[in-house]
Ligand binder design. Structure first.
Ligand code: MF3
Ligand code: CO
Ligand code: CO
Length: 269
């Protein structure tokens, strides 16, 4: 698939979809509590998406090549689950960390974002992993401008993560996004500066690093979707949808109640 460049109308559409994805994550944040099941969270998200946002959940029945249709509206990945966890009837418990990944479609445009939520009090190690993974995502975002290379993003994330003793999952990556959920290019979260495709203004991509407290290796569970760390170490992920501009970036999935931008992030021109 070719890399799509959004014109002015496309950018308006992507801004709206991105804003709604952020709004959905804001809505879910205070609902994540010990005792809630991820199926209940899935239902709340689906109802909010359709009834309040007037949008569609992209994950529901999503079936990229070789996969059986994804059965739920959101992905919920708990503790050692890396990504694509399927909501179920197991209650969340105090100390869990959970990634909630949402993708909404509005007027045909996709907004894709995920956050970590902490269930009650969590361990210092779990909190540190969540914070550092958020920082790592922003290290990647800060590389974005027309003329930068995809390898600059991967390098920034990998260097930061490994410098803090965390490992970068290789098998899953960010992606172009627009009228399709997943478009070219692939946005790797590791790599070398000055390599791979050059970014152009009007591209929209996701940056969504998955960092493990232990080794980088993963495996897929028998449900055909859920990815976990092989060594059962904790894993965290954050995701934003980002527009490439001539001089920098515009994060499309920011929201009023999202986490503060890390102090090292200087405003994009
Ligand atoms: N939202 C995920 C991403 O960031 C993809 C989930 S695919 C699903 O790319 F089918 F599991 F929902
Ligand atoms: Co994504
Ligand atoms: Co996502």
């Amino acid at each position: 698939m070719e890399i799509s460049i959004k014109d002015a109308d496309g950018i308006v559409g992507m801004r709206t979809a991105g804003r709604l994805a952020g709004e959905l994550l804001d809505y879910l944040a205070p609902l994540v509590k010990p005792g809630l099941t991820t199926n209940e969270l899935d239902r709340l998200a689906e109802d909010y998406t359709t009834q309040v946002l007037g949008a569609i959940s992209a994950p529901l029945n999503y079936a990229p090549g070789g996969h059986k249709p994804y059965p739920k509206s959101i992905c919920t990945s708990i503790n050692h689950q890396v990504c694509h966890g399927i909501p179920n009837d197991k209650p969340l418990k105090r100390g869990d960390i959970i990634n909630v990944d949402v993708t909404v479609v509005k007027d045909g445009w996709h907004g894709d974002s995920s956050r970590m939520y902490m269930v009650g009090d969590v361990s210092v190690a779990a909190r540190r992993l969540c914070t550092l993974t958020h920082d790592a995502m922003w290290k990647g975002i800060m590389q974005v401008h027309a003329g930068a290379c995809l390898g600059d993003i991967g390098h920034a994330i990998q260097t930061f993560a490994e410098g803090h003793g965390l490992s970068v999952v290789r098998e899953y990556c960010g992606h172009g996004i627009g009228r399709n959920f997943h478009e070219d290019p692939q946005v790797l979260h590791y790599g070398k500066r000055g390599t791979l495709e050059q970014l152009q203004a009007g591209m929209t991509i996701t940056i969504e690093p998955m960092l493990n407290a232990g080794r980088k290796d993963i495996k897929e569970l028998g449900d055909g979707w859920t990815i976990v760390t092989k060594d059962h170490s904790l894993s965290a992920q954050w995701e934003h949808t980002v527009l490439v501009t001539a001089t920098g970036y515009e994060v499309l999935t920011l929201s009023p109640q999202g986490p503060a931008t890390p102090a090292f992030v200087t405003p994009s021109a």
